[in-house]
Ligand binder design. Sequence first.
Ligand SMILES: Nc1nc2c(ncn2[C@@H]2O[C@H](COP(=O)(O)OP(=O)(O)OP(=O)(O)O)[C@@H](O)[C@H]2O)c(=O)[nH]1
Ligand SMILES: [Mg+2]
Length: 327
Amino acid sequence: MRVAGSERMGPMSVRTQSPQPSEDLHRAGFACFVGRPNAGKSTLTNALVGQKVAITSNRPQTTRHTVRGIVHRPDAQLILVDTPGLHKPRTLLGERLNDVVRTTWAEVDVIGFCLPADQKIGPGDRFIAKELAAIKKAPKVAIVTKTDLVDSKQLAEQLIAVDQLGKELGFAWAEIVPVSATAGKQVDLLADLLIPLLPEGPALYPEGDLTDEPEQVMIAELIREAALEGVRDELPHSIAVVVEEMLPREDRPADKPLLDIHANLYIERTSQKGIVIGPKGKRLKDVGIKSRKQIEALLGTPVFLDLHVKVAKDWQRDPKQLRKLGF
Ligand SMILES: Nc1nc2c(ncn2[C@@H]2O[C@H](COP(=O)(O)OP(=O)(O)OP(=O)(O)O)[C@@H](O)[C@H]2O)c(=O)[nH]1
Ligand SMILES: [Mg+2]
């Protein structure tokens, strides 16, 4: 068993150095992150890119579409594809999200399977690993996430369990990499190890591009992220956000522009309205303030955010509503 970057793993063979890039070879390709909801895929994507391209939260099933984040190196371009957490679907939306994951991992050059260090490997992980075993084309890298939450003994046990999981299913991990995205531990090393697994080829995105997410989608996601904070139970799943319109305010002097953004926050039932809006509208206002700051930072321009709450009845189960909301 080889564990990347670990010197304290005792008898196991370890790798502490990144592979040396060869001088004139350029590599470019796609690596996806898959795993259970909440495994830390989006946080890791952002840490690798060095900027927030995907929203994150402690609620499961935060990510609802593939998000690409681009890592630029002189000798390589690594395109990360963050995917929704693969889970047992309970709604049509859940089925669609799982489909997105399976389509993605069939298309990429490398698969990064994320397993949190602080949770024992469970049926959800096994289920994913079993499906991964059937994919012969792409090398599979096991990424043990959130290593800051465990001590070295627990981490060692998890690394052994991950190694064992591959063996049980009859395949070998190309690498096993422990990382902490929030502590920035071994994040660069992970990129160093993914890059040699990419095909040779020229850059696929212009230099400096960090994502290909459309602005409107990023903005809707930032609003949803702010709305997810502090809501419980079923509500996180019920929230969807759509940016309807973005227009520069007329009659503004050139040095004082203002961008009007009109967005709708959808919920599934009228009874959820009160929770989202809060007493005297306070919650919704806070969501607006919080997301507006992030939107302004993203766009580099002052923004007026006009946010409305609407009911799209049972949208997670309704094909027509799903289509309207972009799924
Ligand atoms: N302590 C610690 N927490 C982390 C780390 N990475 C992610 N988290 C937390 O774990 C939670 C889930 O993170 P996400 O990145 O949203 O997880 P995800 O796998 O993208 O989840 P889905 O999109 O729902 O599938 C968030 O509360 C993160 O802050 C880490 O390295 N250390
Ligand atoms: Mg995510």
